[in-house]
Write a protein that binds this ligand. Structure first.
Ligand code: FAD
Length: 541
């Protein structure tokens, strides 16, 4: 196959005008040092290709429960077991570090995220999350309305967000500069719609949009929103303002890695309405750390570390029924696909993504249930850029989240922001979701693009607001998330597949964030807790 030229490659990711401008000088600029890090696609592909390794008889052990996957969902299940005083479990994680898509990295300057980087302050009706944050010393009591109060040092510092448009930065995410009276009227009308949903209650008093999703309403008026796209929802209300549509599209790209034409209106509205306590309030404030949700991962991991085996990839899960007693055998291999260990367990908490079930659960291999194919995942590239100093900014100063109106990327977050260090070296975490219509194509594009090209895309994009960025960059590492997050396309959140996938199967309880239809820390955490509790109830009965 013909290799793409630099201009074609930049044009594919950043558009032709940016590519033409970048290629004007002829010679491609030098790149800093760097590499592709994590996620292990080699062992992942071996598992997909049906690797079969049988552990020798002396490599089997007995344990009551095996947790598959040490992302937030698996760690939450382990944490819940630990809190209940139940320690007879093993958590198997494929990677050499825990956390899944909420992993973080460390550097001599500051730790930084590789994926998830914030959570909104929880509401009181999310009790386990309130317990976790309380245990971490992040909460300090409740306000007059009984809602948890977050200690100030964990709230995202000001300035939180800024947006780059035509050569200058502006405060916030909505582009007020140059907006017409009609643009503002449509923004107000959008907020009124959101407020209506914030105040909406069903006959049982449940909110339309709440975190976790499971506590929200399944009333027909709410689920009907899942049958249209977010773009269609705006069209039906004549919400045509380009700035408003940009904001809504940005929200879909930011939370789901999808364009608003591809996103369920239920999911689009969920983003705006689930984080607001009551009509007219601002959204709940954001909690963040330099390493993003890696801080939450480290806390959970710290509590359960002795039961966690890293570098252990589950290759096969075999439901058994010896002597009429239900059990589950689990086989794990090391990251080379060589040494294997077996576990005879009573139950399994499957906290890895649903698409993997058809490769590892033995009866699913020959006969995958229809619901598995309905789970689609988007592809993302994340780059961490180590800078010896901050680049200059025209207009509004550097914020935590820095977004470019005219880019297909999501811009960057600044790891030192929470430390209050506004000068000197820092790390920028740059996010690029591949929002193609076909997620398989997006994944091929992501993986076919190597470190050089991703580094070039990142630096060329960031050179728009920061022309001197290349001279400040000391290192640039790249993470390619092939199955980054579940895609809540129309029909998925309230469709049959999600409900079918959540049901236990022959001693296997499912727990990934994908079961909620939306990719959030809180959903992974909730699904992990719920699966652990279901296992504990069954064990007692
Ligand atoms: C780029 C990006 C940015 C994000 N930003 C945010 C954010 O700011 N806030 C937020 O709330 N959410 C965010 N998310 C989503 C968030 O990361 C997830 O919703 C949540 O952390 C998912 O946790 P999980 O445990 O359900 O799944 P995962 O993170 O996918 O974890 C699954 C784990 O299973 C392991 N595994 C897979 N196969 C096997 C196997 N065969 N054997 C053993 N282990 C296996 C994986 O290695 C992984 O560790 C983001 C996601 C991405 C990709």
């Amino acid at each position: 196959m013909r290799e793409f030229t630099r201009r074609e490659m930049l044009s594919a990711f950043l558009g032709l005008p940016v590519a033409l401008a970048a290629c004007r000088s002829g010679t491609p600029p030098e790149l800093p040092e760097g590499e592709i890090v994590g996620a292990s696609d080699i062992i992942g592909h071996k598992i997909r290709d049906g690797i079969r390794v049988v552990p020798p008889p002396d490599s089997w052990e007995r344990t009551k429960v095996v947790i598959v996957g040490g992302g937030v969902a698996g760690l939450a299940a382990a944490w819940r077991f630990h809190k209940a005083g139940f320690e007879d479990f093993v958590l198997l994680e494929l990677e050499s570090a825990p956390g899944g898509t909420a992993r973080s990295g460390t550097s001599s300057i500051v730790p930084y995220p590789w994926g998830a980087h914030y959570i909104p302050a929880p509401m009181r009706d999310n009790p386990w999350l309130v317990t976790l944050l309380g245990e971490m010393g992040i909460l300090e009591g409740n306000d007059a309305a009984g809602e948890p109060v977050v200690a100030e040092q964990f709230l995202c510092r000001d300035p939180e967000e800024r947006i780059f448009y035509k050569g200058r930065w502006y405060e916030g995410l909505y582009l007020h500069a140059g907006a017409s009276a009609e643009d503002h009227a449509q923004l107000d009308s959008f907020h009124s719609e959101i407020n209506r949903w914030v105040g909406w209650r069903d006959a049982r008093g449940r909110r339309a949009f709440t975190i976790p999703v499971a506590a929200g309403s399944d009333d027909a008026e709410v689920t009907a929103l899942d049958r249209m796209s977010m773009a269609e929802w705006l069209d039906r209300r004549n919400l045509t303002s380009p700035r408003l549509r940009w904001l809504v599209n940005y929200a879909c790209r930011d939370d789901y890695g999808m364009q608003m034409e591809q996103t369920s209106a239920w999911a689009g509205l969920f983003y705006f309405a689930s984080r607001v306590t009551k009509p007219g309030d601002d959204a709940r404030p954001l909690i963040t750390w330099p390493e993003g949700n890696g801080r939450l991962v480290q806390h959970l991991y710290g509590q359960v570390q002795s039961e966690v085996r890293l570098g252990a990839a589950v290759s096969e899960i075999i439901p058994t029924n010896a002597g009429g007693t239900e059990g589950v055998d689990v086989i794990a291999v090391d990251r080379d696909g060589q040494a294997a260990r077996g576990f005879h367990a009573e139950r399994v908490v499957f906290a890895a993504p649903q698409f993997l079930t058809r490769y590892v659960i033995r009866p699913y291999r020959d006969n995958p249930p229809a619901h598995v194919a309905e789970f689609e995942y988007g592809a993302w590239m994340v780059a961490n850029l180590f800078l010896k100093d901050r680049p200059a900014s025209r207009g509004f100063p550097l914020a935590w989240d820095n977004v470019m109106y005219e880019s297909d990327s999501l811009g960057y977050v600044v790891a030192t922001h929470q430390r209050g260090l506004d000068r000197g070296p820092t790390v920028f975490t740059y996010y690029y979701p591949l929002c193609d219509e076909d997620p398989k194509e997006a994944r091929s594009k992501l993986l076919a693009t190597g470190w050089r090209d991703w580094a070039d895309v990142t630096l060329t994009d960031l050179a728009r607001p920061h022309p001197e960025i290349r001279s400040l960059a000391e290192r640039l590492d790249v993470m390619r998330w092939g199955h980054a997050m579940i895609r809540p396309r129309p029909g998925f959140v309230w469709g049959a597949a999600r409900a079918a996938a959540a049901k236990p199967y022959r001693g296997i309880h499912f727990a990934n964030t994908d079961l909620s239809g939306v990719p959030l820390f809180e959903e992974a955490f909730y699904n992990g807790i719920k699966a652990a509790e279901a296992v504990m109830v069954l064990r007692k009965s």
